[in-house]
Ligand binder design. Structure first.
Ligand SMILES: Cc1cc2nc3c(=O)[nH]c(=O)nc-3n(C[C@H](O)[C@H](O)[C@H](O)COP(=O)(O)OP(=O)(O)OC[C@H]3O[C@@H](n4cnc5c(N)ncnc54)[C@H](O)[C@@H]3O)c2cc1C
Length: 381
């Protein structure tokens, strides 16, 4: 494992302990019942996890994005849903306000988000605009001192919990000189009339992460809710996704590692034909390959985070980390299930949950194909 400075190592081990003692025991039940783990999220808030990368003046912990990523890895190791609540809450929900908000917006929204008392969603994807997120059809029209928002968003994480305070949405606010759409970002508070979080999706995995389709029917918000410059919303959201790829790579690395840990434990205990299954080279090699994937994924996201924190270009490296780590999670989940035999197909085993949960890591926050596009572009192709 790459070596960490002491304060990072301490944080990682604190979150690892919390993940094992609090998150893991609660996760199977929430997954089975498709319930949101409010009590776990409240404890994460008290630990300061939602405030990790924000300055203390906004109620944060004064840490950085790498600290957040380390916490995400440890949570992802035992439960991807819980990790995604933090990832989407901080990396996608609060971060646009921190980066693009004016002082008043930051003071108004960040302290509650950084404390985990409230959650924010990131409303980019639409029924006809996923990988092609610029195909946004949602509109925001000026009417006096208000924006009137109409349209639909799809698959929005953290958008319908009891503690959701807002969703930032991209919406077409006009036309540029070159004839293209001007897309802006607007903060929509959750209590806004005409903002409807439709019933939650019935998903394959991430069952205790909150995901809804959203409808905006003449939802009116004050003009001051424009986030950042008018017409810069799409570009701003893409830059949030660049960072977010490091965070989701960290979740995926944790998932890949969780599969290794569970498989090592199982292979040491389970006997077949008079031997521990770990003594069969076919099983040991499978687990060795899983460990190599988790290690590679970790190195990839550490490096992307290092570049980002050093203020250097990191778009290509974040895309590599996201792709490598999500593939590691999916491949390891499949192999871990194989190592567990029939038990690996039983939901009570953590590897079964990783098997259902990991697929979306290759899709959300940019599919593998989108990552390949970004990597190719980074090579000048
Ligand atoms: C559980 C969950 C949570 C999510 N949370 C959020 C959220 O909080 N906020 C948010 O805004 N979105 C969220 N999403 C949406 C997610 O980011 C999108 O699903 C993802 O970006 C893919 O978009 P799509 O589903 O429209 O697929 P499409 O873009 O329609 O892609 C379909 C397939 O075509 C491929 N493809 C598309 N274009 C190209 C191309 N040019 N070249 C090659 N292949 C291509 C894709 O790689 C994919 O394999 C979430 C999704 C899920 C399932």
């Amino acid at each position: 494992m790459p070596e960490l400075e002491e304060h990072y190592a301490d944080l990682k081990s604190t979150v690892a302990d919390f993940a094992d003692k609090v998150v893991a025991p609660a996760s199977a039940e929430h997954d089975r019942d498709h319930t949101f783990p409010y009590e776990v999220v409240a404890q994460m808030g008290q630990m300061g996890l939602f405030g990790l990368p924000f300055p203390e003046e906004y109620g944060g912990m004064g840490g950085d994005y790498f600290a957040l990523s380390l916490a995400l890895e440890e949570l992802g190791r035992v439960d991807q849903s819980t990790a995604m609540t933090l990832e989407a809450g901080v990396g996608l929900g609060a971060m646009p306000i921190f980066h693009f908000g004016n002082e008043e917006q930051k003071q108004k929204w960040l302290p509650d988000l950084a404390a985990g008392r409230k959650l924010a969603g990131f409303g980019l994807t639409e029924p006809g605009a996923g990988s092609d997120a610029g195909a946004t059809k949602t509109t925001a029209k000026r009417d006096g001192d208000q924006w009137v928002i109409n349209g639909n968003k799809q698959f929005i994480t953290n958008s319908g919990t009891e503690i959701t305070s807002l969703v930032t949405v991209t919406a077409v606010t006009g036309t540029r000189e070159n004839g293209k759409k001007a897309i802006s970002t607007i903060i929509v508070p959750s209590e806004t009339p005409g903002f409807i979080a439709e019933p939650a999706y019935d998903k394959v995995g991430w069952n205790s992460s909150d995901t809804h389709p959203l409808t905006f029917a003449d939802a009116r918000v004050p003009v001051e809710n424009l986030l950042g410059e008018e017409g810069r919303g799409y570009a701003n959201f893409l830059s949030i996704l660049d960072e977010g790829r490091i965070a989701i790579a960290a979740v995926a690395t944790g998932a890949a590692q969780g599969c290794v840990d569970e498989s090592v434990k199982y292979a040491r205990e389970r006997e077949s034909m008079g031997q521990k299954i770990g003594s069969f080279q076919s099983i040991a090699f499978k687990i060795a390959r899983m460990e190599a994937r988790a290690h590679t994924a970790r190195c990839a996201y550490y490096e992307a985070a290092r570049l980002m924190l050093a203020g250097k270009p990191f778009k290509k490296e974040a895309a590599i980390a996201k792709m490598v780590a999500s593939e590691a999670a999916m491949d390891n989940a499949r192999d871990a299930t194989q190592v567990h035999g029939g038990y690996g197909f039983m939901n009570e085993y953590p590897v079964a949950r990783h098997y259902r949960d990991s697929k979306i890591l290759e899709i959300g926050e940019g599919t593998t194909e989108v990552q390949l596009m970004l990597i190719a572009r980074g090579l000048g192709l």
